[in-house]
Design a protein around this ligand. Structure first.
Ligand SMILES: [Zn+2]
Length: 356
C-alpha cells in the first residue's frame, strides 16, 4: 500500500467513543469525501446488532489458539511473489486450511501485465461459509509478498500476520460460525492477490487482485451483497494505532474500540501495556479520533470507489519495518497479535450473531 499524505495534522475530531456512539444516529445516505471526490454511500448503521451479552463475551473471549496462529504465520512466512512456486504453495495452504474447516473456497483467476515481470496469472481467494448468502461481512487481506530486488522479503506484517489471523479466526470459531453456513447474513474471507507494486506504485501497478474483483463484482451486481469490507494490513508489530477513516463505518470502528475497552477492563488482553517503542498515546489500539484525510491507498480503494462501506485496519503511522528486509518474524509481537485477533473475532461474532 502507499501512504499519500502526512498524518500528524489530519486528526479533525476528538471525542470519547461512548459519546460518539450516542451521537451517531442512523441515516440512510452519507457523503464521504475521499480521493478528492465526494462519494454518497449507504449508511450501514441501519443494521444494529446487539452487543454481546456478558455471558457470550466471556465465553467467546476464552476461545483462542495461539499455537495455531504461530503455525499459520510460519506457513505463510516465505517470499511469495506472484508467479513463483512459493506463491502457489502459500495459496494452496490457505485454500486447504479453509476447506479442511468446511469453508466453500473459490479462486478468482485472471491474467494481467506487470512491469519488470510481464504477464502474470493472479488468483484471489474467496472463502465463504454460505455461498448462497444474501449479505456478507467481508474480512480481507493480501497474501502476495513484495518483489524487492536482491532482498529476501518475507512480509511478516505485510501481510503474513493478517492472513494468519483470518485463518486462525476460522479455526478458533469453527463451532460458533457453523450456523452461518445457512444464514442469510454470513461471513466471507477474502485473500487478495497482487496487492504489491512490482516497480512503482501507481494505478496500473498495484492492487491487481482488488481492482479485478471489484470491477467483476460490480458487473455481476454482487457488490450490494457486501455489508462492509474490513481490510487488515500491516498487523503484527507492537503498539499499533488505528483510526476511523470513513464516516459511514464509524459506528463499527467504535464497536471495535468498545470491545477493546471491554476486554481491557476485564484484564482479558495479553501484556496490554505500552512496549515503549512508540511515542504517541499507545494505551489503546483503536484511537478515539477520526482521521479523514490521511489517505492510504490499499486493496479497499476499488471497493470504496464503488461505494462499498470500508473499515481499514492499518496502523498509523506504518510500522518502521514496512517494505524493508526487517519485516520478518522477529518483528512480530504475538501478544499484540493475539489481542487484535481476539478483538476481531469478537467483532465478527457480534456483527453476525447479534441480529435482533
Ligand atoms: Zn506492502
Amino acid at each position: 500500500m502507499r501512504h499519500l499524505l502526512g498524518w500528524g495534522s489530519a486528526i479533525i475530531r476528538n471525542s470519547s467513543w461512548t459519546s460518539a456512539l450516542r451521537n451517531i444516529l442512523p441515516k440512510r445516505k452519507k457523503k464521504i469525501y475521499n480521493l478528492g471526490v465526494c462519494f454518497e454511500a449507504e449508511d450501514v448503521t441501519v443494521y444494529n446488532p446487539s452487543q454481546l451479552s456478558d455471558v457470550q463475551f466471556l465465553e467467546y473471549s476464552n476461545l483462542s489458539d495461539g499455537q495455531h496462529l504461530r503455525e499459520a504465520v510460519q506457513n505463510i512466512l516465505i517470499p511469495r511473489v506472484v508467479g513463483t512456486a512459493n506463491h502457489s504453495i502459500v495459496r494452496q495452504y490457505i485454500v486447504n486450511s479453509l476447506r479442511d474447516l468446511k469453508w466453500h473456497v473459490e479462486l478468482n483467476s485472471f491474467h494481467d501485465k506487470a512491469p519488470i515481470v510481464g504477464q502474470l496469472h493472479f488468483h484471489n481467494i474467496i472463502a465463504t461459509l454460505n455461498p448462497q448468502a444474501e449479505r456478507y461481512l467481508v474480512l480481507a487481506c493480501h497474501y502476495d509478498s513484495k518483489y524487492i530486488p536482491d532482498v529476501e522479503f518475507v512480509g511478516a506484517i505485510d501481510s503474513a500476520v493478517p492472513c494468519a489471523m483470518l485463518l486462525n479466526l476460522a479455526k478458533v470459531l469453527e463451532e460458533q460460525l457453523r450456523p452461518l453456513q445457512t444464514a442469510k447474513l454470513s461471513l466471507m474471507l477474502l485473500f487478495f492477490d497482487g496487492e504489491e507494486a512490482f516497480e512503482e506504485w501507481g494505478p496500473n501497478d498495484s492492487i491487481y487482485g482488488a481492482r479485478h474483483l471489484a470491477k467483476l463484482w460490480e458487473k455481476q451486481g454482487k457488490l450490494d451483497r457486501i455489508d462492509m469490507l474490513v481490510l487488515l494490513d500491516l498487523l503484527g508489530a507492537p503498539d499499533p494505532a488505528f483510526y476511523s477513516f470513513f464516516g459511514n463505518t464509524e459506528l463499527w470502528f467504535m464497536r471495535l474500540a468498545d470491545l477493546e475497552q471491554r476486554l481491557a477492563e476485564k484484564s482479558l488482553l495479553e501484556r496490554y501495556v505500552n512496549s515503549g517503542v512508540n511515542n504517541w498515546d499507545p494505551t489503546r489500539y483503536f484511537q478515539p479520533q477520526a482521521l479523514r484525510s490521511g489517505l492510504v491507498e490499499d486493496d479497499h480503494i476499488p471497493f470504496l470507489r464503488r461505494n462499498v462501506p470500508v473499515v481499514h485496519l492499518i496502523p498509523m503511522p506504518f510500522p518502521s519495518v514496512w517494505h524493508t528486509q526487517h519485516d520478518n518474524e522477529s518483528v512480530i509481537d504475538y501478544a499484540t497479535t493475539n489481542n487484535l485477533a481476539l478483538i476481531i473475532r469478537l467483532f465478527t461474532l457480534e456483527y453476525l450473531l447479534g441480529a435482533k
